[in-house]
Design a binder for this molecule. Structure first.
Ligand code: GBH
Length: 469
């Protein structure tokens, strides 16, 4: 296969999982079909100024109707696994009660089609589309949402666990808590530490509570885990202001989650920093034991590292400090390196550093790279997309992943983000992450060069281990 590297493929063991990832709201469309209820992202999209171009999820890439074609595409690329999320408002339109048969039927057909194609489904129970009815009742800042998620998780797991063996409770709870309730750039668009900090706690508590409930009710629960978007954080210089800025950002972005999940405690410096902003009344006795349920695996979504400064007068970049309570003085540093269309630095060494951090915090837990990829302003010309920049991003990050594995980090799988161009949240359809191009007028799918490169890598991997390419 053209351009692919057989040596890179050979760096991964025979049982390594190769896949692609998506999320319900970003691809499904059909937001008013099959009895689906509204989610917080439908509401957010309808608020002027929230999403670039006023884009919304009503059609997205029409995966709800085109899933047979999309699964066939996955099979043609040779994917071994597919990571998707269940839309809670499709299954439980008001957030609780009995499962909606039309919603169940859609996912039954999707999962059965995947299995018939020999593709292993990996499910996420929450990728940001909270039923609006639960937001109206307080959303993640409200403790009652923990019980609602637990019921949702148990019901969905009970129906699908005969066919789905790998489960994640949450995708990137940092984003739900802090992009959603601190920076206000994700639904529900709040900007208040008194909401973001309790939201973070309730997301973690819902994760632990769901694991307990699933294990208590299922004889064969499969592999249960959570997906985190850790980011290695470093100070721009050894100036004390930069070092302290890095400490505070690292606390909210990484150590909050790693501490609660794998050490059964929030970092003391984080508690000291946020207590005056949010209070800590939402943390009840016993919560940390619930959160720190053993997981069978952990997912890492990696895009870029963070370099920060606490000194005034530096240039600002990315989501910056607005997402971190108590970090109004902190800025993300632009090191002048190449960036993707998101403005995120391309830094494969940051991937290795982030994996080292996770490997240290959870040394016994198998890791899956549940997302990695890049947005570029692709052009469809004469029926192809020559996305050499995305191929380079994927190749260099997979090289870094091979080095991390050689360092002893137990990484078992890799899912590229994303299978298809899709709804990129607050950026709408303007940012393209797919290895497959989607024409948003016609919904025609066209594999980009990166899809062909990835398919080639997977073919090399199968050939290396003696399986029919
Ligand atoms: C993931 O979010 C999501 O799971 C997925 O749905 C989404 O489409 C995909 O990634 C692409 O965005 O200010 O330069 O330090 C990733 C969200 C990306 C949030 C990196 C923090 C920091 C950029 N994260 N970002 S920077």
């Amino acid at each position: 296969p053209e351009g692919s590297d057989p040596r890179l493929a050979a760096a991964f063991p025979t049982d390594f999982t190769w896949g692609a990832a998506t999320a319900s709201f970003q691809i499904e469309g059909a937001t008013h079909e099959g009895g689906r209820g509204p989610s917080i992202w439908d509401t957010f999209c309808a608020e002027p100024g929230r999403v670039v171009n006023g884009d919304n999820g009503d059609v997205a890439v029409d995966h709800y109707h085109r899933y047979p074609e999309d699964v066939a595409l996955m099979a043609r690329l040779g994917l071994g696994a597919y990571r998707f999320s269940f839309a809670w408002p499709r299954l439980l339109p008001t957030g609780s009660g009995a499962l909606n048969p039309a919603g169940v039927d859609f996912y039954d057909r999707l999962v059965d089609t995947l299995l018939e194609a020999g593709i292993t489904p990996c499910a996420t129970l929450y990728h940001w589309d909270l039923p609006q009815a639960l937001q109206d009742a307080g959303g993640w800042p409200a403790r009652d949402t923990v019980a609602r998620f637990t019921d949702h998780a148990v019901a969905v797991h009970a129906h699908f666990s005969d066919r789905i063996r790998q489960w994640a409770t949450f995708n990137e709870p940092w984003c739900s808590a802090f992009l959603g309730h601190q920076a206000g750039v994700h639904a529900p668009g709040a900007t208040d530490a008194r909401l973001s900090v309790p939201a973070a706690h309730h997301l973690l508590l819902a994760h632990g509570s769901a694991l307990q409930a699933i294990r208590a009710t299922s004889a064969d629960p499969g592999q249960l885990g959570i997906v985190l978007n850790l980011q290695h954080v470093s100070p721009e210089t050894d100036d004390p202001a930069d070092v302290d800025a890095a400490r505070r950002v690292d606390a909210v972005h990484n150590r909050l989650w790693l501490g609660a999940l794998f050490a059964g405690a929030y970092p003391q410096d984080l508690l000291d920093d946020v207590a005056p902003l949010s209070g800590l009344d939402h943390v009840h006795d016993g919560d940390l034991q619930t959160i720190a349920q053993p997981v069978d695996w952990v997912g890492l979504n990696y895009y870029c590292p963070a370099v920060v400064t606490g000194r005034p007068g530096q240039s600002e970049r990315g989501e910056a400090a607005a997402a971190y309570p108590g970090c109004e003085d902190v800025r993300m540093v632009d090191r002048g390196r190449p960036t993707t269309d998101m403005g995120w630095e391309v830094d494969p060494q940051g991937f290795r550093d982030t994996l080292a951090m996770l490997g240290t915090a959870a040394p016994e837990v198998p890791i899956h790279i549940t997302e990695n990829g890049a947005a570029y302003p692709d052009q469809l010309v004469d029926g192809t997309v020559h996305d050499a920049d995305r191929v380079a991003y994927l190749r260099t990050h997979l090289e870094a992943l091979a080095l991390a594995r050689a360092d002893g980090i137990d990484v078992r799988g890799y899912f590229v983000w994303s299978l298809l161009d899709n709804f990129e949240w607050a950026w709408g359809y303007g940012k393209r992450f797919g290895v497959v191009h989607v024409d948003y007028d016609t919904q025609v799918r066209t594999p980009k060069d990166s899809a062909l490169w990835y398919a080639g890598l997977l073919a090399h991997h199968r050939a290396r281990w003696g399986r029919r390419p």
